[in-house]
Design a protein around this ligand. Structure first.
Ligand code: RFL
Length: 394
């Protein structure tokens, strides 16, 4: 049994699915979003916080930026610390860099849901898509999504915006789409604390015990990262251990204390990246983490999700409103070069931030390269311009 066909069935109400849904409604294309979690869970999920200028432009052009413009904070600098001291990199000053807007992802998601509903969109929370019918990636005339415990939902197209473990990706790979992937071999303990930021800007600390990061979120909440051994469990990290390790790696004895607060959340993130060689076929198209996962080392994931949602909305409009499939045929060529450039920079950042693995001699060599890269960034205007362009661009 199937419910009436819509233009686009979107699976997943994260940044990719919600931006896509809003942009499709803007273009007069009907859609339904299926989201397996309930609304409170989706609106409470703290993840990203750094929006590139391109993302802010897309959201603003489509009337989706009122919240972030009112409550987001603009950042144009970041800071690096190591045993050689600290320096601030003013990437906003480079002609090639643009400001970031710091706005927690869960607040953006909240805004996007409210606006989608205000525009008359339909979203079904607690609706878990079990499968996209296999032929969707082939010659099928429609896309069909099987919903756990409910009727199938069919659409002229299906947009898989359901993250990197989603069923959209599974259907495409089952149809023969290959994936390029890398395990960076590094894990981070991601901690959210109820305390104001301790630094003016983002802070990256290189330390022989491993990387530590400080990311502002709001006036009352700050995110910290600690590089940790693969396989570590969040439960291994007591509040005391977290603060001690942060103090050591962020060198508070030298540079001043951190503002403490209760640990609200702790999770281990294994740094992995992958990209599908083609983000769609036939009736099934992917955007966001579903099309490729990027390690969080350069804060690109949510920004790529917004970029892909924008490109996919345009392509689907061409197909549905004008019977013109060239946008979909070009979707991979439009987004993959930009996706790969973001991956290249994330990989570069990962090399800068993380101590090397391997035997003692190799580790010594790797660490010396890490510091040579940091020193080049501190002193070379050309290197700073490279950083600014790639750190803020998308
Ligand atoms: P999401 O956000 O994972 O949303 C997918 C949605 O699909 C739903 N879903 C399903 N619904 C129905 N049926 C199914 N079968 C379903 N399977 C899944 C899920 O419940 C969910 O609601 O993917 P999307 O939209 O592609 O967005 C991607 C971003 O969320 C992600 O790339 C970023 O959060 C990555 N990221 C960061 N990106 C940045 O640009 N800047 C940052 O500063 C940044 N920090 C981060 C991050 C990711 C982190 N984690 C948790 C890996 C910090 C962290 C700690």
């Amino acid at each position: 049994m199937a419910t009436a066909q819509v233009g686009v069935v979107i699976v997943g109400a994260g940044p990719a699915g919600l931006v896509l849904g809003n942009l499709l409604l803007d273009r007069g294309i009907d859609c339904v979003i299926l989201e397996r979690r309930d609304r409170a869970a989706v609106e409470g999920r703290a993840r990203a916080g750094f929006l590139a200028a391109h993302s802010v432009r897309v959201l603003t052009e489509h009337g989706l930026s009122a919240g972030l413009l009112a409550r987001g904070k603009t950042h144009t600098t970041c800071l690096f610390r190591s045993d050689r001291g600290e320096f601030t990199l003013d990437y906003g000053k480079s002609g090639l860099g643009e400001p970031h807007t710091v706005y927690p992802q869960q607040e953006l998601v909240r805004d996007l849901i409210a606006e989608y509903l205000r525009r008359g969109g339909e979203i079904r929370f607690g609706a878990e898509a079990e499968e996209v019918a296999g032929e969707a990636a082939g010659e099928a005339a429609e896309g069909r999504v099987r919903v756990r415990g409910g009727a199938d939902v069919t659409g002229r197209y299906v947009a898989g915006c359901d993250g990197h473990r989603g069923i959209g990706r599974a259907a495409l790979t089952a149809h023969g789409t290959r994936t390029a992937r890398r395990d960076h071999g590094v894990s981070w303990l991601a901690v959210l604390v109820a305390a104001p930021p301790s630094l003016e800007a983002v802070g990256y600390a290189l330390h022989e015990r491993g990387f530590a990061g400080h990311m502002a979120r709001t006036a009352a909440v700050t995110r910290y990262y600690l590089q940790c051994p693969r396989g570590t469990a969040p439960a291994d990290w007591s509040e005391d251990r977290i603060w001690t390790e942060l103090a050591t790696r962020l060198r508070t004895a030298e540079f001043g204390p951190l503002r403490h607060g209760a640990v609200l959340e702790k999770a281990v993130v294994d740094l992995r990246s992958d990209v599908l060689e083609s983000p769609g076929a036939g009736r099934l198209w992917l955007a966001g983490d579903a099309a490729g996962l990027i390690s969080p080392s350069a804060a690109k994931g949510a920004n790529l999700a917004i970029l892909q949602a924008e490109l996919l909305a345009r392509a689907l409009e061409g197909a549905l409103a004008h019977g013109d499939g060239t946008g979909l045929a070009r979707y991979a060529a439009d987004c993959l070069p930009r996706v790969w450039r973001a991956h290249e920079f994330s990989h570069w950042m990962s090399g800068l931030l993380h101590g090397p693995a391997g035997e003692e001699d190799e580790a010594r060599y790797g660490r010396a390269l890490q510091y040579a890269r940091l020193e080049s960034l501190r002193t070379s205007r050309t290197h700073q311009d490279f950083f600014a362009e790639n750190y803020t661009g998308i």
